[in-house]
Design a binder for this molecule. Structure first.
Ligand code: HEC
Ligand code: HEC
Length: 496
């Protein structure tokens, strides 16, 4: 369940029909399920980490309950808290007694009361009890949350109807050449199964066309730019310049984005304005800053040069914007990167140095002086095998008022200055950093997180919980963090 994403229902099947005396829910997983490999779950399974965003990769195990938010401290300044309940001993059973007629389909409604979770039985105070819990053994916050859960959930009722469940739209068949070769998608064993588009199967013929189009300057008005002009292989397919330069020398306002592991993302661009790669891929063609061309003109130009390529990839020579989008999408989906020194060290093939290990430890550890932990808190947003949660956060950059980020798309002030969390894979190659390329080095990035957070109302709770003076890492620890980040480079990927 995810209140922020409005994912609030779940279907259970194959329950033996009958009259029941009680319903029992478990918040959390048993030891075996919690430790099982996650790559077994299909893309739409609730335990697929890419879907639920609640898996602590590298340490194993899920977060059972994540409650994060903002509040105003007594002195009026914005603060944040993040309570995470995890680990199998904290699995909590909730039993609801009554008469339940499950002889036919039924819907059970539960209410979840956040104030009760924080107040019932064992009241919690952010200022007195602490702002975060990494769910350690013996942590009083964990005990309080567990005790309060029973009052936080209430049974609202059972009805004999089923809610309207939106089914994924029927798959429209797309044109494929009679003879086509399936593509063998490769990924890390740590990755979850990606939600690949069902209506655009990865076949060599479409990928080859997509790759060709990626390098084709016919897609820009003055014939000077291709996708590859701004997405350079040597830089993990991003632009080393702070702002990309479009046709006629026009300069953009955002740094380019590297291109890899896009199959796991469900929205694209720094503000997530494109919901799919096929739509994303057509935008830069029309963007007046980037290539300033109409799709009709592109089609007309390609008709002179690329008819044979389209005929090979589809069943006919017809060139349409839709086909351009599908071919580019196919190519972009095949860009996977997962063979860095860090990955090899997880497989026992290579050793991290002590400094790199220290950096990883800091990266993965919560800043929670209450429990004697002084980590750097990076994993909250850059955790997991993608080194990104693929969500939007305000990471405390001092804002540039003209670029409000995610808010531009949602028009929701709660999204002000939130940007898509970038993956930190290949990060040593993708400078400058942040959506506007404001930092030139990783050292500057670390200084930012260490003590330069700007406290606006949408600052992410996981950063807002830091003390106003910062987390103040030692200079060795800062160096260790940078050393760790540099182990995330996949040299083989750059040979693509
Ligand atoms: C003039 C430089 C330029 C050109 C040309 C260009 N891009 Fe980009 N690309 C960017 C910039 C800058 C961004 C980030 C823009 C934003 O967030 O508003 C971006 C973002 C992207 C993203 C989003 C990645 C993510 O993780 O969300 C994809 C995918 C992408 N480009 C693919 C392409 C393709 C395909 C083409 C050719 C059809 C192309 N780009 C042409 C500069 C360029
Ligand atoms: C609250 C979530 C969050 C936390 C915690 C967090 N980051 Fe980030 N990080 C982001 C977001 C969001 C961005 C992009 C922000 C932007 O461009 O406006 C980002 C950007 C970055 C970038 C630049 C990436 C690029 O491609 O430009 C680096 C490097 C980085 N973070 C490293 C770290 C490190 C190291 C830590 C721990 C000290 C950390 N982050 C903690 C959310 C977070």
């Amino acid at each position: 369940m995810d209140a922020a994403q409005r994912r609030l229902s779940s279907a259970l099947e194959n329950i033996p029909a009958g009259q029941y005396k009680a319903l029992r829910l478990h918040l959390g997983l048993d030891e075996k399920t919690n430790a099982a490999p996650t790559s077994q779950y299909p893309a739409d399974h609730p335990l697929n980490p890419n879907l639920n965003g609640l898996h602590w990769s590298w340490q194993g195990g899920y977060i059972f309950l994540a409650l994060e938010g903002a509040f105003r401290a007594k002195n009026g300044s914005p603060a944040g808290f993040s309570y995470h309940l995890a680990r199998s001993p904290n699995r909590t059973a909730l039993t609801f007694e009554g008469d339940f007629d499950l002889t036919a389909d039924a819907t059970v409604d539960f209410a979840f009361d956040v104030p009760a979770l924080l107040n019932a039985q064992t009241p919690l105070s952010f200022t007195q009890d602490g702002l975060s819990t990494p769910s350690h053994k013996g942590d009083p916050i964990v005990a309080a949350l567990k005790a309060n859960l029973k009052d936080a959930f209430t049974l609202k009722g059972v009805t004999s109807s089923l809610p309207e469940i939106s089914r994924t739209s029927t798959v429209k068949p797309i044109a494929m050449p009679a003879k086509h070769t399936p593509y063998r998608f490769t990924m890390s064993g740590y990755f979850s199964i990606p939600p690949l588009p069902r209506d655009n199967p990865l076949i060599q013929e479409h990928i080859a066309l997509g790759q060709k189009l990626f390098h084709d300057t016919a897609l820009s008005r003055d014939g000077t730019l291709s996708c590859a002009s701004c997405h350079l292989t040597a830089n993990s397919f991003t632009d080393p310049r702070r702002f990309s330069i479009g046709v006629k020398g026009r300069i953009g306002t955002r740094h380019g984005m590297p291109l890899f592991n896009l199959a796991w993302k469900t929205s694209f661009f720094w503000d997530g304005r494109a919901p799919s790669l096929r739509e994303q891929a057509l935008k830069p063609i029309q963007d007046d800053l980037e290539r300033d061309e109409t799709l009709e003109n592109v089609v007309a130009k390609l008709e002179k040069t690329a008819k044979a390529d389209f005929a090979l990839a589809f069943d006919s020579e017809a060139i349409t914007p839709e086909r351009i989008g599908l071919a580019l999408e196919c190519f972009l989906l095949t860009l996977t990167s997962f063979d860095s020194k860090f990955d090899r060290s997880m497989q026992g093939k290579e050793q991290l140095t002590d400094e790199e290990k220290r950096g990883f430890e800091l990266f993965m550890t919560e800043y929670e002086p209450r429990m004697g932990q002084k980590g750097a808190d990076c994993f909250h947003c850059h955790g997991g095998p993608f080194f990104s949660d693929h969500l939007f956060h305000n990471n405390g950059l001092s804002p540039i008022e003209t670029d409000t980020g995610r808010e531009r798309v949602t028009q929701d002030e709660r999204d002000l200055y939130k940007f898509s969390t970038p993956s930190l894979r290949n990060i040593a190659l993708t400078a400058p950093y942040m959506h506007d390329g404001r930092f030139e080095t990783l050292e500057e990035v670390i200084e930012h997180y260490d003590h330069n957070l700007r406290r606006g109302p949408t600052l992410d709770p996981n950063l807002a919980e830091h003390p106003p003076t910062g987390i103040r890492l030692s200079s060795e620890d800062k160096k260790a963090l940078v050393a760790f980040l540099k182990t995330l480079t996949d040299e083989k990927y750059l040979a693509k």
